[in-house]
Write a protein that binds this ligand. Structure first.
Ligand SMILES: *[C@@H]1O[C@H](CO)[C@@H](O)[C@H](O)[C@H]1NC(C)=O
Ligand SMILES: *[C@@H]1O[C@H](CO)[C@@H](O)[C@H](O)[C@H]1NC(C)=O
Length: 353
């Protein structure tokens, strides 16, 4: 009996030792607060979305820094370690005509575990504000944003651009998730963590990524895609989301601490590139002039717009869960789709920050 027990104990110890910890499974470096991983959003991409999460460095490899559509000198090769040597006026401009759909703009399809293999497609940035208040930002990068069709008409396709940074932000209080921000075009929506739809572990909130635009929504289905200052006479632009392809950003991320006072990023793991986060220019082509045969402009809306700035411009030290943009920050207490007409409606379950 003694012998059996010893063997059983040894087998038990071996199982415990060889089982990967949650941290190992997620490949997160040491020091990242456990709750930042435990409650990290899990993303559902649309099954028809041709433009999947993209590797940061691959994007640099296929673009040229340009100002006024002319190449400018800069570090060569351009890497995630030296990108910030470029000025804020720079547009990382595609080397290929994006209307030909070169394969690199389509990103990487996550495998069955949700991992984008051999591709770093996410940056997770933790802003510890002290006294147990922590904002964790989960950024997702896509090389291409397809803007969708107004009223489903193929000639009314606006807002395509190279480079697309989307994010969720979870506000924690003493390690407990309070609210979740979902970025959507120029703005987004905030929900109380407790009402968000959860992954199979009952912990991780689900973010639904819209087909092509990658706007993040708390529920699946159809959402209005509001274009600021645009009142089209013929219907709205819609975002389509569904439980399509599972994407787990934790499996392909770099992790950083953000120091708001110094406006600086420190990686949790030595050797992780950081310079790209300090780049103040645009991650895609400048809006093509109407003399460019690819461009179409109707009602002031361009078919191809300029690429966005990076994570540093997403108000990483915001006061409210919503970025400060002059609008009321409604912390939704029930799950609702985005609708232009009830964007400012406060329901009983909601809180206003
Ligand atoms: C998804 O986007 C692709 C192209 O970007 C388009 O061809 C397809 O029709 C879209 N599907 C839906 C449901 O919007
Ligand atoms: C850019 O980064 C690469 C490696 O990351 C390096 O080889 C190259 O020298 C850098 N260029 C400059 C100008 O710093």
């Amino acid at each position: 009996m003694v012998g059996f027990k010893a063997i059983a104990n040894a087998a038990f110890a071996a199982t415990v030792l060889s089982a990967p910890t949650q941290q190992e499974k997620r490949q997160a470096p040491e020091g990242v607060p456990d709750y930042v991983l435990k409650y990290a959003p899990i993303v559902y991409l649309h099954s028809q979305d041709p433009y999947l999460p993209s590797d940061f460095q691959t994007h640099l490899t296929h673009t040229t820094p340009k100002v006024g559509f002319n190449a400018v000198s800069g570090p060569s090769p351009l890497t995630l370690d030296n990108l910030s040597q470029l000025g804020s006026d720079v547009y990382l401009t595609s080397n290929d005509d994006v209307t030909t759909n070169p394969s690199w703009i389509k990103g990487v399809r996550p495998d069955s575990s949700g991992k984008t293999n051999d591709a770093i497609t996410s940056a997770i940035i933790v802003n510890d504000k002290g006294s147990g208040n922590v904002d964790a930002f989960y950024f997702y990068f896509y090389t291409y944003n397809w803007g969708g069709l107004v009223a489903g008409l193929k000639d009314l396709n606006f807002g395509n651009h190279v480079g697309d940074w989307e994010h969720n932000m979870i506000r924690f209080s003493n390690g407990v998730p309070q609210h979740v921000w979902y970025s959507q075009h120029a703005n987004g929506q905030a929900f109380q963590y407790k009402v968000t739809e959860k992954h199979t572990d009952n912990l991780r909130p689900i973010a639904y990524s819209a087909n092509g635009s990658h706007a993040q929504y708390a529920i699946g289905g159809t959402h209005d895609h509001t274009i600021p200052n645009l009142n089209l006479p013929f219907g709205v632009l819609e975002d389509y989301t569904e439980r399509g392809i599972l994407y787990d950003p934790l499996l392909a991320a770099y992790y950083y601490k953000f120091d708001a006072a110094a406006n600086s990023f420190t990686p949790y793991q030595e050797g992780t590139p950081t310079s790209y986060l300090d780049f103040a220019g645009r991650w895609g082509d400048e809006e093509y002039p109407t003399s460019d045969k690819r461009q179409v402009k109707i009602f002031g809306q361009a078919k191809f717009s300029s690429g966005p700035t990076g994570p540093r411009d997403k108000q990483l030290n915001r006061v409210n869960v919503c970025p400060d943009n002059g609008k009321e920050c409604i912390l939704r207490g029930i799950l609702v789709p985005r609708r232009v007409e009830d964007d400012e409606v406060v329901r009983e379950a909601d809180e206003v920050a």
